[in-house]
Design a protein around this ligand. Structure first.
Ligand code: FAD
Length: 412
């Protein structure tokens, strides 16, 4: 039997980042994953500025070093396509054409997650166990007992960080988080090659097509002319409308007047695969006696953009800071750990609520069309929308009807 004050279940971006933050603070931990890395994770593969910010804190010269990796593409902005097929391109930074380093990246998760695991392997403070599926968890008087099926892994720990993703049994059975269809999204991912018309600055594309609302269709460019193509829709709509996402996606590619031309020479490179996105549109309890939930296990995906990697890393950092407090005070109680919940919602709460409101925008296609049309002809609107990626206070303005009035009818 091995023992450690902290055991992290799941070595995806959330778990790996928590372990790296702990190691940086000189705190030892056990990190277990059922998979052997490199392993695939179904995802859009778009990595935001939040990811860059987190990794700059734990990997020296991350931005420069990562920008030289062949498996990633620098990403300078996003293109929104409105239901009437009008589109708007919003760069993340105004002078993007001359910027050497992009604010975001796109990288297949099989490569990105393996990059993180290679970083993990540099630290003697992190004991990494791959191919170890935690199937037995028991709370005992003096901590937790964790085991895999054949008991080749038996571990005693004071504190569990559950970072085992959207299908986490720990979140469900111990954290009490139930899957609620109105706070959950179903997603599909496909890899294609030879999709025409990809942006030369690798803007990611989000298409809000009238035939597929309230869902969205994406095309994210990848190295070597490949693209991550997918769809997402809230699960309550998928069941209410009895939608077969795979058929819908293939139908869009075959029939949408613009997309069918762009996919004329495209070839599917792999099976179309699906996975769930637990959305952060509802505030939940994220900790309890001797445990914390992070990333998808804590349902922290942005309900508007579908971004989850950045929030997994941000929650990982906050969990690591809480571990430090617990160890210093020798206190792993639910009361002490509730400080983690407070820290997460202080950092992400407003943003998640705002994104939930923006998610509702797709219920008003005319408003979506109107904003895109106006933004294309009005610099003030364009600049304001660009700032939304950086500035939550501007997103805050979006809650107020007076903001739209001023911007759309008075702005020049
Ligand atoms: C279709 C789709 C598109 C998406 N697009 C984007 C995007 O473009 N950008 C973005 O930022 N986010 C996107 N997301 C969300 C993103 O993929 C997740 O938010 C992110 O992976 C969360 O990281 P995590 O570390 O919490 O969990 P995961 O990445 O899911 O990692 C969990 C780890 O736990 C391990 N594990 C599970 N159970 C056990 C067990 N019992 N024992 C041991 N190990 C276990 C797994 O093997 C896995 O390695 C998308 C999601 C989907 C489904």
């Amino acid at each position: 039997m091995i023992s450690s004050k902290v055991c992290i279940i799941g070595a995806g971006p959330g778990g790996a980042t928590a372990a790296l933050f702990l190691a940086k603070m000189g705190i030892e931990c056990i990190l277990v994953d059922k998979a052997k890395f490199p392993r695939d994770k179904i995802c859009g593969d778009a990595l935001s500025g939040k990811v860059v910010e987190s990794l700059n804190k734990i990997i020296s010269d991350f931005t420069h070093e990562f920008s030289t990796e062949k498996f990633q593409l620098p990403c300078h902005g996003v293109e929104f396509v409105a239901p009437n097929l009008q589109s708007i391109k919003l760069p993340f930074k105004k002078d993007f054409e001359t910027q050497k380093i992009a604010p975001g990246f796109i990288s297949r998760r099989i490569d990105f997650d393996n990059y993180l695991i290679n970083e993990v392997k540099k630290y003697s403070q992190i004991k990494l166990f791959e191919e170890t599926n935690i199937s037995f968890i028991e709370k005992q008087n003096d901590g937790w007992l964790l085991k895999n099926e054949d008991e080749t892994f038996v571990c005693k720990t004071n504190l569990v960080i559950a970072a085992n993703g959207a299908h986490s049994q720990f979140s469900k059975k111990i954290g009490g988080i139930e899957l609620e269809h109105q706070h959950y999204c179903a997603g599909l991912r496909a890899y294609y090659k030879n999709v025409d018309g990809l942006d030369k600055f690798n803007f990611i594309e989000l298409h809000f097509l009238k035939e597929f609302l309230p869902g969205y269709f994406w095309i994210f460019p990848l190295p070597n002319g490949a693209a991550n193509v997918g769809v997402g829709m809230r699960s309550d709509f998928v069941s209410k409308k009895k939608i077969n996402l795979k058929n819908e996606m293939l139908q869009i590619i075959a029939t949408n007047p613009i997309l069918k031309e762009r996919f004329k020479n495209a070839e599917l490179m792999d099976d179309i695969k699906g996975y769930g996105l637990p959305l952060g549109s509802k505030k939940r309890k994220l900790s309890g006696d001797g445990f914390m939930l992070i990333g998808d296990a804590a349902s922290l995906i942005d309900p508007f953009t579908g971004e989850g990697v950045g929030n997994a890393m941000w929650s990982a950092e906050l969990a690591a800071l809480q571990v430090k407090n617990c160890i210093e005070k020798n206190n792993f109680s639910a009361n002490e750990l509730s400080n983690y919940d407070k820290a997460v919602y202080k950092k992400l709460g407003d943003e998640l609520q705002l994104s939930y409101r923006m998610q509702q925008l797709v219920n008003f296609p005319w408003l979506f069309n109107f904003i895109v049309r106006k933004a294309n002809s009005n610099k003030l609107i364009r600049d304001t929308l660009m700032c939304m990626f950086d500035d939550v206070s501007i997103r805050e303005q979006l809650k107020k009807p007076s903001f739209y009035f001023r911007l759309l009818f008075k702005g020049n």
